[in-house]
Design a binder for this molecule. Structure first.
Ligand SMILES: Nc1ncnc2c1ncn2[C@@H]1O[C@H](COP(=O)(O)OP(=O)(O)O)[C@@H](O)[C@H]1O
Ligand SMILES: [Mg+2]
Length: 235
């Protein structure tokens, strides 16, 4: 049984039919990527899973329970964390306060062990723990947004374009972190426009085009797929 199962969802913004019958699964321990161009429907899909948008038809199941009609904060409590596009951290708060906010669904006794774990994963955040988040670089803010999501001890971590707007060296660092989270057993649903990087770290991937899944396969299969190469990997 899949950890997350999205079946035939249709999502609209008023008259705009943004997601047209999308189905996919994420199994425990996998990194699964959803790649696609700007406007393909990647963020809409993640927002629908986390309860911010509601599908007109279709189903979303997490740990065999339907998420339809469940409030977003309850979905976080169930173990599903969503790092939105554009990494929204609390700019006026310190790094450590941002991380503590991420643990709001957890008992108080888990906050300090959670911080230790996140600091072990992101030494850069530990060095800057007292600094306000607004003074961090873009890459560090992305690390903070990921660390904050991890503070909820999620069963599934959803990342919306973590590499967006970052310099190549920081993109490499973010993907190294994704790989080490994967090795540690974290299940990840990764949405990316950077298909090359995403498919390199993913067990499996799906290609989304104008609201529909057009291709799927293992990361390696998609990296070698002629149409994927042409459309997303620069030939
Ligand atoms: N709030 C909104 N109102 C109307 N249309 C939207 C809204 N958000 C997204 N869309 C449209 O839905 C489609 C999918 O958008 P989105 O999920 O943001 O794509 P992606 O994340 O892949 O770039 C696009 O055509 C976009 O213009
Ligand atoms: Mg998006």
């Amino acid at each position: 049984m899949a950890l997350l199962s999205v079946s035939d969802i249709n999502v609209y913004y008023g008259a705009i039919h943004a997601i047209k019958g999308v189905s996919f699964e994420v199994n425990e321990g996998e990194v699964v990527t959803l790649i696609g161009a700007n406007g393909a429907g990647k963020s809409t899909t993640l927002k629908t899973i986390s309860g911010l948008l509601h599908p007109k038809t279709g189903g979303v199941e997490f740990q065999e329970k339907s998420l339809l009609g469940v409030k977003p904060h309850k979905i976080v409590e169930m173990g599903l964390a969503h790092v939105p596009e554009g990494r929204r951290v609390f700019l006026q708060m310190s790094v450590e306060e941002n991380l503590e906010m991420g643990a709001y669904t957890r008992p108080g006794s888990e906050v300090d062990p959670g911080l230790e774990k996140v600091y072990a994963q992101f030494p850069r955040l530990k060095e800057r723990r007292k600094q306000t988040a607004g003074t961090l670089s873009g890459g560090e803010q992305q690390m903070l947004a990921m660390g904050r999501a991890l503070m909820s001890s999620p069963r599934l971590l959803m990342l919306d374009e973590p590499s967006m707007g970052l310099a190549p060296i920081l993109v490499d660092q973010i993907f190294d972190i994704i790989q080490s989270l994967h090795k540690a057993g974290t299940t990840i649903l990764l949405v990316e426009q950077n298909a090359q990087m995403a498919l390199s770290v993913a067990d499996r991937g799906y290609v989304l085009e104008t609201g529909k899944i057009v291709t799927s396969g293992t990361g390696a299969e998609l990296l070698n797929d002629e149409s994927v190469k042409k459309a997303y990997l620069g030939g």
